[in-house]
Design a binder for this molecule. Structure first.
Ligand SMILES: CCCCCCCCCCC/C=C/C(=O)SCCNC(=O)CCNC(=O)[C@H](O)C(C)(C)COP(=O)(O)OP(=O)(O)OC[C@H]1O[C@@H](n2cnc3c(N)ncnc32)[C@H](O)[C@@H]1OP(=O)(O)O
Ligand SMILES: Cc1cc2nc3c(=O)[nH]c(=O)nc-3n(C[C@H](O)[C@H](O)[C@H](O)COP(=O)(O)OP(=O)(O)OC[C@H]3O[C@@H](n4cnc5c(N)ncnc54)[C@H](O)[C@@H]3O)c2cc1C
Length: 671
């Protein structure tokens, strides 16, 4: 079967792997990106960018200072903006995303938050009077914006943000102020140096009454000189774990006046005479976060895919050790432990991307509903995206680390691309709401679902399975080799566990309440269990999404996807075996059966492993990894990469000349 990656001159082990492929890699790629046309468009963009001198990196960013990286990235950003239509349809979200990944990379760029949050906030929350003015200018990049919500002292607990917006009826303006040091905005991406505007989240005050967090458009810098405006202190928060090319910033505002229309008033309103009208749903002002939480699933699925590509290809190329005496050294991909480390990451990357597709459909339906005055889809979507954001970022982070370690010593080198990838990706556990906090949002929703299920009330989409009657005993291992029924048995077991954990968490919560604790204190005494239930529920949602996508996939790729789904479900069930065993729903024998099936899956997938990661269709530019390169010619490339280190510009380093040589000389002369 064709694997389109085969080319002359490639590492022979990789070519051999590609020849064992049992499916058409292009079919799978097209399925992953929605259509053959989308796949072709991605490839055209890659080809054009790779050949364009404006996007060439004579020195890899690994060897540059942060300032030099930012300069190189800003230059490329300008080229993308000015010449974007030469490469792609700039109105197409996915084409633009791909263009930016190819042209710029993952470490941040001056417009990341402008496109990722500033514009979505204005489009989703501002009303016509404001959008008519600012959105065309923002889209035309006459101005650049950030989304400034988090403060030094508060990020999670939005209710306690300290920045104030006080309405002045006399002038029909809001006065925006940073009252304390801890009220300084801290962290917002692209706020420090790039943006001249920001959507700033403030506590709204009218007639001395605190109304709660609302968003305001504030100009930060002069449009001509880019100097901060009077009363505004703004800068970069300094080096951090990754995102080197993003100027995450700080901001203090000293009683800055903005006109009334600068409040984002699509949902909540303040009239000229200071009358406040609340939104039709209390949390519509938090809509931008739901948008990002939904869309970041795609980015994190791709991050994990990158790591899986690198680890799989490198493991096919690297030969070390023997499985039996007297035979040549084996590809490290033949070790069962290596497969057990890497293959679940391949399956999880597919699962995350497929889940994103479902969520995107739900998100679009919710937005349509809101436009028609209905918010009924929001609570379910908020609950499941809060869980998915948390589970996916954590899963991807653990997976990337596994892939990095699976590359041995070279995985520790920046040449692998994996340390940087991990640094960027793992930020997702924190931003858009710290994971432990967001899981509690899901758990709250589960508690309501438990109550509804007990009362026989209707259940919404993500929790509909709470209404199913459990069979009491799992059917795992009793389906006589019928793979479809085996998949269903595993899904049923996971649903049973999620439901049981939710019910038990609810009972623990109630029990503490009956013991005299307030609801809130009792909640804090059971949050570990609450979050556990939320995680398992979220993993059920992902498993169902993956299952749906596989069973509806074209017949040509269904067999390989079914193998991948088998591995995914067996791995998930073994990983959550304690939840399946705890109440006796599954027996020890059934868990042993799941493990043996998982080991069979590793062997089944082995011939297709390289082709499965090739099907993600990430280019060498996107991978940015010497170890993961498509042609597998790793060792020569590794040496050429190291030669570029600034330590190798001279054979004798100035620091050695200045301190180390004299020290040795002194020691010699002492003898
Ligand atoms: C295109 C994007 C591609 C992405 C690629 C990656 C790019 C990287 C860029 C990184 C950028 C990062 C940006 C940021 O981090 S911006 C700042 C994000 N900040 C947060 O996420 C803060 C987290 N905190 C919160 O969201 C809330 O404060 C929290 C939900 C934790 C609690 O809020 P609150 O105390 O007000 O509410 P309650 O818990 O009491 O809940 C009350 C009810 O409201 C419901 N609720 C809460 N939030 C929402 C929401 N967003 N939508 C709908 N409903 C919501 C909640 O469920 C409660 O409902 P019930 O009363 O019915 O139980
Ligand atoms: C790379 C990056 C980019 C960012 N970009 C932006 C941006 O563009 N705009 C913006 O406004 N912000 C941005 N942020 C800020 C980010 O949104 C916040 O850092 C994040 O929401 C977490 O909030 P926090 O820092 O207040 O964490 P904290 O809430 O202080 O978390 C610290 C610990 O306390 C725990 N905790 C807190 N509350 C609870 C609770 N109720 N129950 C149990 N445990 C709790 C947490 O679980 C965590 O373990 C960014 C952050 C990063 C790292």
């Amino acid at each position: 079967m064709p694997n389109r990656c085969i080319k002359e001159g490639d590492n022979p082990d990789l070519t051999k792997e590609r020849k064992t492929c049992t499916f058409d890699t292009d079919e799978l790629t097209a399925n992953l990106y929605g259509s053959r046309n989308n796949m072709e468009r991605r490839r055209e963009i890659t080809k054009k960018i790779s050949a364009d001198p404006d996007f060439a990196d004579p020195i890899p960013h690994d060897f540059l200072s942060r300032e030099k990286c930012i300069e190189a990235t800003a230059k490329k950003t300008k080229a993308v903006v000015q010449r974007g239509s030469e490469f792609c349809d700039v109105t197409n979200y996915y084409e633009m995303l791909h263009l930016i990944n190819e042209a710029i990379g993952i470490g941040g760029y001056p417009l990341a938050l402008h496109y990722g949050m500033f514009l979505p906030a204005l489009e989703g929350q501002a009303e016509k009077e404001l959008t008519d003015d600012i959105i065309p200018r923002a889209k035309n990049l006459e101005v650049i914006g950030a989304y400034a919500q988090t403060e030094m002292g508060h990020g999670t607990n939005l209710r306690e943000l300290e920045t104030t917006a006080t309405y002045d009826k006399a002038t029909q303006e809001f006065i925006i102020n940073t009252p304390t040091r801890s009220a300084m905005k801290w962290w917002p991406g692209n706020l420090g140096k790039m943006s001249n505007y920001a959507v700033v989240t403030c506590q709204l005050f009218i007639d001395g009454r605190k109304i709660g967090p609302h968003n305001f458009l504030v100009q930060l810098r002069c449009e001509k000189t880019h100097e901060p405006l009077p009363g505004i202190i703004v800068g970069d928060i300094g080096p951090k774990m990754a995102f080197d090319t993003n100027d995450n910033g700080f901001l203090a505002l000293d009683n800055i006046r903005v006109p009334r229309k600068n409040m984002l008033m699509k949902h909540a309103k303040v009239s000229p005479d200071g009358v406040y009208t609340p939104p039709m749903h209390a949390k519509l002002n938090y809509g931008t976060m739901v948008y990002v939480r939904a869309h970041m699933l795609y980015a994190h699925g791709q991050f994990l895919a990158t790591a899986a590509i690198v680890a799989t290809r490198y493991s096919a190329v690297r030969r070390q050790g023997r499985i039996e005496h007297g035979v040549p050294e084996v590809q490290i991909l033949d070790y069962q432990t290596q497969q057990h480390r890497i293959f679940p990451q391949i399956a999880r990357a597919y699962a995350i991307i497929f889940t994103y597709m479902d969520i995107k459909d739900q998100y679009d339906a919710m937005i349509k509903g809101i436009a028609e005055g209905q918010t009924d889809l929001l609570p379910d979507l908020h609950a499941i995206t809060s869980g998915l954001k948390s589970v996916v970022t954590h899963m991807a982070g653990l997976g990337i680390e596994q892939c990095r370690m699976a590359c041995g010593g070279h995985g520790y080198s920046d040449a692998s691309g994996l340390p940087k990838l991990y640094g960027v990706q793992i930020g997702g556990c924190t931003y858009e709401g710290e994971n432990m906090v967001m899981l509690q949002q899901t758990a709250r929703y589960l508690m309501k679902a438990v109550a509804s299920a007990l009362q026989g009330k209707p259940l919404s989409h993500s929790v509909a399975y709470f209404g199913k009657k459990s069979s009491g005993k799992s059917r795992i291992g009793k389906e006589g080799g019928d793979i479809a029924r085996e998949h269903e048995a595993m899904l049923e077991a996971l649903e049973h566990a999620a439901c049981r954990l939710s019910v038990e968490a609810s009972q623990m919560w109630e029990k503490r309440g009956r013991g005299g604790e307030t609801k809130e204190r009792a909640w804090n005494g059971v949050t570990v269990e609450m979050n556990r239930a939320a995680r398992v529920h979220t993993r059920v949602f992902m498993a169902r999404s993956f299952h749906r996508r596989v069973t509806s996939s074209p017949p040509s790729i269904r067999p390989v996807l079914t193998d991948l789904l088998s591995l995914y479900l067996h791995y998930e069930c073994v990983d959550m075996a304690h939840h399946l065993l705890e109440d006796g729903f599954c027996s020890g024998e059934q868990i042993r059966y799941l493990k043996s099936r998982l080991y069979e899956d590793l062997t089944t997938l082995r011939p297709n492993a390289v082709s499965l990661v090739d099907s993600f269709d990430q280019s060498d530019r996107e991978l940015n990894s010497v170890l993961g390169r498509r042609d597998g010619n790793v060792y020569e490339a590794l040496y050429q990469w190291a030669r570029k280190s600034e330590l190798n510009y001279t054979d004798v380093l100035p620091a050695v000349q200045k301190y180390v040589m004299p020290m040795m000389e002194e020691n010699r002369s002492k003898l």
